[in-house]
Design a protein around this ligand. Structure first.
Ligand code: URA
Length: 187
């Protein structure tokens, strides 16, 4: 599809493939290192992200940032994006059609970044990347390897804010990411 970051970013900015663009303030393509070893994929921008044009900058983002720090990394050295790049109204879950319309962008981001590890945050990212059969409570914490890329599904940080009991299993998943990163990348 796309060959360069500049082209991809312009395609994302100018997309009108689904109705979400018409209802949001800013497009939130993603941010971080274009050559990151670890990529985090969330669901879609919320109100804060929509206002600032950056992913995971609200309450859930603060928690994600802390968890990234806790595994010894900085936001600037990973890549963070979402299944859909425009905010679904009222933070509803993106429809299968909206996800399908945005999927080529996510694929192109993965192809450009070429991460060794992908962390899927929540059920929507899980379904988008691993298919409709994905169930976060059943499938989180288990590595899936696809074409040499190690994929770790876990809970969405918003879920951890709603239900404190999910923090421990999510932390176990992040620790697995830290171990795999050391294994694959050294350090
Ligand atoms: N929730 C998400 O899934 N993505 C964001 O960028 C912010 C909150």
């Amino acid at each position: 599809m796309t060959t360069s970051w500049a082209e991809l970013m312009s395609e994302i900015e100018n997309c009108s493939a689904c109705p979400l663009r018409a209802g949001c303030q800013r497009v939130v393509p993603g941010e971080g290192s274009p050559t990151a070893d670890i990529m985090f994929i969330g669901e879609g921008p919320g109100a804060d992200e929509d206002r600032l044009g950056r992913p995971f900058v609200g309450r859930a983002g603060e928690l994600l940032t802390k968890m990234i720090h806790a595994i010894g990394m900085e936001r600037a050295e990973v890549y963070i994006c979402n299944t859909v790049k425009c905010r679904p109204p009222g933070n509803r879950v993106p429809t299968p059609e909206e996800m399908a319309a945005c999927r080529p962008f996510l694929r192109a981001q993965v192809a450009l970044v070429r991460p060794r590890i992908i962390v899927l945050l929540g059920a929507t990212a899980g379904r988008d990347v691993l298919g409709d059969g994905f169930r976060v409570t059943r499938d989180r914490g288990k590595w899936v390897e696809k074409k040499g890329v190690w994929i770790m599904p876990t809970y969405h940080p918003s879920a951890l804010l709603r239900d404190e009991t999910l923090k421990r299993p999510a932390w176990e998943d992040f620790k697995q990411v830290r171990v795999k990163a050391r294994e694959l990348l050294g350090g």
